[in-house]
Design a protein around this ligand. Sequence first.
Ligand SMILES: Nc1nc2c(c(=O)[nH]1)N[C@H]1C(S)=C(S)[C@@H](COP(=O)(O)OP(=O)(O)OC[C@H]3O[C@@H](n4cnc5c(=O)[nH]c(N)nc54)[C@H](O)[C@@H]3O)O[C@H]1N2
Ligand SMILES: Nc1nc2c(c(=O)[nH]1)N[C@H]1C(S)=C(S)[C@@H](COP(=O)(O)OP(=O)(O)OC[C@H]3O[C@@H](n4cnc5c(=O)[nH]c(N)nc54)[C@H](O)[C@@H]3O)O[C@H]1N2
Ligand code: SF4
Ligand SMILES: [Mo]
Length: 764
Amino acid sequence: MSDITSDGHLPSPPEPGNPTVGGGWPLIDGWARATLSPGGPKLWQTLNHRSACLSCAWGTGGQKGGFRDELGEPLQRCLKSVEAIGAELMPAVPESVFAGRSLEELQALSSREADRLGRLAHPMLLREGRGHYEPIGWDDVFELAEAAFRVRPERLASYSSGRSSNEAAFLLQLLLRALGSNNLADCSDLCHAPSTVGLRQIFGSGTSMVSLESLQQADCVVLVGSNAPANHPRLMNELIRLRERGGSVIVINPVLEVGLLRFGSPAFPIKSMLRGSEIASLFLQPIPGSDVAVFLGLQKALLAAGAANRPFLKAHTEGWPEVLAQIEAVSWEAIVACCGLSREELEHAAVVIARAKGVVFAWAMGITHHVNGVDNVQAIANTALLTGNAGRPGAGTMPIRGHSNVQGFGSMGVTVQLRADMQRALEQLLGKPLSPVPGYDTRALIEAADAGRVDTLLCLGGNLWGANPDSAEARRALGRIDTILYLATKPNPGHFHGLAARHTLVLPVFNRFETPHRTTVESGNNYVRLNEPGTTHLRRADLIAEVSFLAELARRLLGSDPIDWGRLQDPVYVRELIARTVPGYAPIAAIDATKEEFTVEGRVFDTPTFPTPSGRARMAPTPLPALSLPGPEHFGGLAPGEAGLVVSLITARSYGQHNTVVYQVGDSYRGMPHRQTILMNRADIRRAGLAPHQRVGVQGEAGTLADIEIIPGDIREGAALMFYPEVNAIIRAPADLRCGTPAFKRVPVLVRGRPSAVVAQPPR
Ligand SMILES: Nc1nc2c(c(=O)[nH]1)N[C@H]1C(S)=C(S)[C@@H](COP(=O)(O)OP(=O)(O)OC[C@H]3O[C@@H](n4cnc5c(=O)[nH]c(N)nc54)[C@H](O)[C@@H]3O)O[C@H]1N2
Ligand SMILES: Nc1nc2c(c(=O)[nH]1)N[C@H]1C(S)=C(S)[C@@H](COP(=O)(O)OP(=O)(O)OC[C@H]3O[C@@H](n4cnc5c(=O)[nH]c(N)nc54)[C@H](O)[C@@H]3O)O[C@H]1N2
Ligand code: SF4
Ligand SMILES: [Mo]
């Protein structure tokens, strides 16, 4: 447990201590400690500020008040938002850090150490061949940036992370597209892109079709590949309520996440905190990467039980005969062999789904981080359609989005798969056709940079280096870019490892609750929140608003042609342009006057008419994946006398981290006390000839991490789990080619070590 720090920033919330309940008392303790710390008053002030929570896309706060959701319900704020705010309320990085520490010293910092340096407060420049970042004034920054942007448009790119505002996101893509580049890589490429692509193909819309209100009418939630207790904690309140009104929760996850079994929520202090509320009514633990098989199994069982809704299929879908034919053709043997679940388990789950009046299918990275991520999404959507659970209140498909404004970035056109209607609107605005050259998504950007095809990269937030697999490749690729501009609130290892060939700029920006003008964000449930202006606690800091930076750069490059780029300094004008060009966003034009937050039009379906040419959902068969693991020889083989085995590695978040930013080292909900750990099934540990808590090497295709402690846990046999971002040093992850998303959740690695003396070696 951490103590209140002498420099006045908030203490890290405590690590959880009760591994039989998720959430629970550590949350209350965390709130108490954060509140009573010297930074407590400022924390409360920020929590009550009328702006959306920084952390996840479930979405909380905004005009209704810091603790309220879109329905105005109170107590909808979790400790994760405290973690995020605490990090932003730290003092400035002391000048001595950049002036005094060499690049090598900065590179030696862990993610947590880098974050704890404090807030970025002054623009910094690292020149080619120098060993230190040096301060630089904004005039010089703009001169360098302007020169760097005057390159051939296909050699210009951006990367973005979903914490900035809609207004900044809109300007980013408008600037790049006006210059003739479609290279708008975004963190969503590494995240929910398979959901966007898969859902858009089927429903003509790529986001959740379920509103919070609609979710509250469901009597069954199928939660797939999500660790919501850690990553979307307020969703747990909805699951608790659903169970209380007699509904069921079917969890599908290779890891028996404790918080998905029982969760103690501070929103229900008396009822839930002591022992936790039961969450899963049924927990299925499939082989990682086999979700298509799981859903084909559910579909087969539903069909056999006469639970397919044929009138619905006939009236509201197309492609259903092919899907039904596939369900009938695929054998139970093939399904069971692929997913490792029994036919009985799947049939039982199908009965629960068939009996429910309204089923919401929700998922996160366990579904998208696979080479067949799009198929996974579509197998889920097919199951919803087969049972008529789409296009009515209390039912539907609900991708649980990541960053607090990642979905807004997509809506604003920060994507390489721009909607045709938005493209037309942008072309009208810019008075010219957009470049026909396809843009780079995040993986394509890394490859293009590695091949020397990128000169200038603007990163609006994020940690491009740390978020990508194969850290050495990412570092080399970024090193071949001439100029990189990192706009950020906090330092992270990407700023020290992801260095450009000539100029690397780290440019400090206001965060959401400090920005001196109004901004908006969009939640995963399509709800647009309005953030009021704020101020920063940083004294003598030299921060810039993201909108100001982008508008000024655009003005220098483009003048007033064909729009008055200088006028885009005014976010109200930006919102006017958004209203004109972004589908479903018309109400944003009046939001400054009305203060009325809104749900994006055309996203939530209360009737089964979908925005496809025919109005019907377009079902398509989903191929069963061929899952296999290589043997140790793939990794060069085990040495004589060495023990080990190849497992299918899930790379995921610990309880106390936000993406590449680590706040707490341990995750005791999973019994993993530090970050150099690998969670394994006991049978696998035995079979490998290794022992619990032994230190081993974990070898991936891009390298080996040594001195990793084996943690025995409730994880599917054959699978293992390690924490990202550290594990990105050693893994390569092939991508789903339809969206470029890496298979972060099924990475073959060889776990190798000295044979355990304790356990008898089985013959190998
Ligand atoms: N506190 C906090 N909140 C966050 C974030 C954070 O880092 N910290 N990150 C934000 C972002 S950007 C995102 S994308 C989300 C991430 O939210 P999640 O998707 O919940 O995050 P992961 O840690 O990637 O965990 C994925 C879950 O999928 C399971 N899983 C792995 N492989 C499979 C599989 O093949 N099939 C199935 N069915 N399940 C599988 C894992 O066991 C794990 O429970 O959270 C957002 N919210
Ligand atoms: N192995 C493995 N790799 C993964 C994943 C995985 O599960 N396994 N998950 C993937 C997923 S789902 C995602 S979304 C990506 C995440 O990848 P990214 O979005 O690139 O990474 P983050 O760690 O969220 O970026 C955090 C940084 O954003 C900056 N920041 C914070 N707030 C602001 C702001 O308001 N403005 C600006 N300009 N900057 C700000 C700070 O500098 C902070 O350090 O990682 C992916 N990589
Ligand atoms: S659930 Fe997500 S949006 Fe809501 S308070 Fe927690 S981190 Fe913020
Ligand atoms: Mo994400």
